[in-house]
Design a protein around this ligand. Structure first.
Ligand SMILES: C[S@@+](CC[C@H](N)C(=O)[O-])C[C@H]1O[C@@H](n2cnc3c(N)ncnc32)[C@H](O)[C@@H]1O
Length: 522
């Protein structure tokens, strides 16, 4: 690695990281993973404490804090500028329950922190050196409460096997570049593309490596900088990470990529059977990473002892699943009976989907109540439980924080609070997806710029599809928001009109009913 790239303890500082929200960091989401896998969730209906390590610009921690105003959130990042920007965002949204720690993990360990119910770190562990990782484990060891949950994402083997040499090549090619890390990355792409197109044996032997280079060329260079150009960058074997966590008393609970908790939704029967036959959980875990060629994991750990081999299943596990609250974040009438999972499409029975839509129209409900209600409608209780859990895994249903019935009163047609109003404006002004905190969901609701624009226009009075489409079309043109929902530039006025119409229909049909039910528009 060249030694004059701007670094802070090995971390790139001169190219701003993308400011994304990650729903998997929500306390409710992590509790879902715990309960699904037989561990007690942390109570979130009373004060609790939460720490995000390496929070970046703070999008996730600020939104989670907004969703849980009675909890205390801590956010740590070594980059002072990121923390300053995060502080300003929180203040602007009126979210006051985040304490920011502008320091390295190595220094945070000495700070006074309360016992923590949740510790999360996303996009950090593979991108920092061994000392910072040790400091992370030290913080977890000293501060995580018994039964507390940890979210830890990282790049893993074997999915990165082909790209590890490419990363090294890219790092070497940036060494002769000029300017910021982002500019050097841009410059390095040209010789990298030439090499990949010049029949070097590495590329002819591995067509997937050529495809990887193509994806670097078409993606934003900021991604490359932060994915690859840190001094430290390493994929790990998940069994090694589990062992490091075991050394500080943590047990692997499950995956925050919910579908990964269900082998039948992820791999074919032959692969699942071959993995199942292996004698130890360690071998099975490693083999599953091969079965999926996994390259990124979102692991959830719990501070609890590993169950003894052959121990009887915890009798409370079924009751915990029954108490999980689930609901629909959009319009329940639009709940689809066909959902995509890594293995293909799952199709739920028509009668089940019809009854589930009617049930969800009344608001979020516990899995136990849903099973009782739907089995009265002649569905099999075991199958219903499995279907509900698979619906959550595939994204049709979501874990919820509060069972609140949809509002019956006439709408006043206004954002529920200042944070909602500002976030809608920000999404349009910054042309980037933003998340709105919802206490009912216990999570953020991500809204893209065109949907945010449409919601704003609807709030201003354009309430049928035709009127709303006309307003969106005018605003897309006035603000030069020349992209489709998929980010493709729109040059043709007919494309603008068609996009405006599609956005208007979607927002009236699905988005607004969802925002109203989540208490974000009243
Ligand atoms: C790839 S970014 C991820 C940011 C955010 N979690 C996200 O996913 O958008 C990694 C973050 O870790 C921070 N970081 C790196 N090394 C650190 C250290 N030793 N102590 C504290 N923060 C660190 C960086 O400043 C950066 O904001």
């Amino acid at each position: 690695m060249c030694d004059d790239i701007a670094m802070g303890g090995g971390y790139v500082l001169d190219t701003t990281y993308t400011d994304r929200f990650f729903r998997e960091l929500s306390p409710v989401w992590l509790n879902y993973v715990a309960a699904l896998n037989g561990h007690p969730p942390r109570p979130t209906d009373r004060p609790f404490s939460y720490l995000e390590l390496g929070c970046g610009l703070g999008h996730s921690v600020i939104v989670n804090a907004g969703a849980f105003p009675h909890a205390t959130f801590h956010a740590c990042d070594v980059n002072q500028e990121f923390i300053e920007r995060a502080r300003r965002s929180a203040a602007e949204l009126g979210i006051g329950n985040v304490r920011f720690h502008p320091k390295a993990f190595e220094e945070l360990a000495a700070d006074h922190l309360p016992p923590l119910d949740f510790i999360t770190l996303h996009g950090v562990y593979s991108w920092v050196g061994p000392e910072a990782r040790r400091a992370v484990r030290d913080i977890i060891d000293r501060r995580l409460a018994p039964g507390g949950l940890v979210y830890l994402s990282y790049n893993c083997w074997p999915g990165w096997a082909l790209e590890v040499p490419l990363r090294r090549l890219l790092v070497e090619l940036t060494a002769t570049g000029r300017g910021s890390t982002g500019e050097r990355a841009e410059q390095a792409l040209e010789p990298l593309a030439t090499l990949s197109a010049s029949e070097l044996r590495y590329f002819t032997a591995h067509p997937a490596a050529v495809a990887a280079v193509e994806s670097y060329l078409s993606g934003p260079s900021r991604y490359l900088v932060h994915e690859f150009l840190n001094e430290a960058w390493a994929p790990f074997y998940s069994i090694d990470v589990a062992e490091e966590m075991a050394a500080i008393g943590l047990t692997f609970a499950g995956s925050a990529t919910l579908v990964d908790n269900h082998d039948p939704l992820v791999v074919h029967d032959a692969a699942a059977e071959a993995v199942r036959r292996l004698p130890t959980p360690r071998q099975r875990q490693l083999a599953m990473d091969f079965a999926t060629n996994r390259r990124f994991r979102r692991d959830v750990f719990v501070r609890a002892p590993v169950p003894e081999p052959g121990a009887r299943e915890d009798p409370g596990a079924g009751a915990r699943i029954a108490r999980i609250l689930v609901g629909v974040a959009g319009n329940p009438e639009r709940l689809s009976g066909q959902l995509t999972v890594p293995r293909g499409t799952i199709r739920f029975g028509d009668a089940f989907v019809r009854d589930l839509r009617a049930l969800m129209a009344r608001g979020p409900t516990t899995i136990g109540d849903a099973v009782a209600e739907l089995s009265a409608a002649r569905h099999d209780p075991i199958e219903i439980t499995r279907n509900l859990i698979f619906m959550v895994a595939a994204g049709g249903l979501m874990p919820f924080a509060a069972a609140v019935s949809p509002p019956a009163d006439a709408l006043r047609r206004r954002p529920a609070n200042r944070a909602v109003a500002r976030i809608l404006e920000h999404a349009v002004e910054d042309r980037s997806a933003r998340a709105i905190p919802s206490g009912i969901l216990g999570n953020g609701v991500v809204i893209d710029p065109l949907d945010a624009l449409a919601v704003g226009e609807w709030l201003a009075g354009a309430d049928d599809v035709a009127a709303l489409a006309a307003r969106i079309e005018a605003e897309i043109t006035r603000r030069e928001l020349y992209t489709t929902d998929e980010g493709v530039p729109l040059a043709d006025p007919d494309d603008v009109r068609a996009t405006a119409r599609r956005v208007a229909e979607r927002v009236i049909d699905d988005r607004l009913p969802g925002l109203i039910r989540l208490g974000l528009i009243e």
